[in-house]
Ligand binder design. Structure first.
Ligand code: 5GP
Ligand code: ZN
Length: 113
């Protein structure tokens, strides 16, 4: 998608602070962190939101969660972490490319909304 911010980040057209990449996904630190550790993991394939997942394209989500588990060990997130995805206007999704926020590094808010 030519006008998608995260597609441009994946393509290297917009700089980002990379955490990890492989053939299916790309992980980078959020530009406006909401926790001491806050990075995003996105599929390379442009999927607009979690609400656009189907049996045909959802396998990448399992892959991304296994990548997050591995990164959490590598980054020593021993206290745990929270994974969040916003889908649609009510959830305040701002970038229309599926992404998983990984938040960690401190005890997080008891509330999720
Ligand atoms: P959403 O609100 O769609 O769930 O999350 C979008 C996230 O992307 C936000 O946390 C925001 O800070 C982050 N973000 C927006 N633009 C950029 C950017 O250019 N670079 C990086 N690294 N993160 C961005
Ligand atoms: Zn995209």
């Amino acid at each position: 998608m030519s006008d998608c911010l995260f597609c441009k980040i994946i393509a290297g057209e917009i700089p980002s602070k990379k955490v990890y990449e492989d053939e299916l996904c790309y992980a980078f630190y959020d530009i406006a962190p909401q926790a001491p550790v806050h990075f995003l993991v996105v599929p390379r394939e442009h999927i607009a939101a979690a609400s656009e997942l189907s049996e045909e394209n959802a396998a990448v989500v399992a892959h991304i969660f296994s990548v997050i588990a591995r990164l959490a060990k590598e980054l020593n997130l021993t206290g745990g972490y929270r994974v969040v995805t916003n889908a649609g206007a009510d959830a305040r999704q701002t970038v229309k490319h599926l992404h998983f926020h990984v938040l960690a590094g401190a005890e997080l808010s008891e509330k999720m909304a």
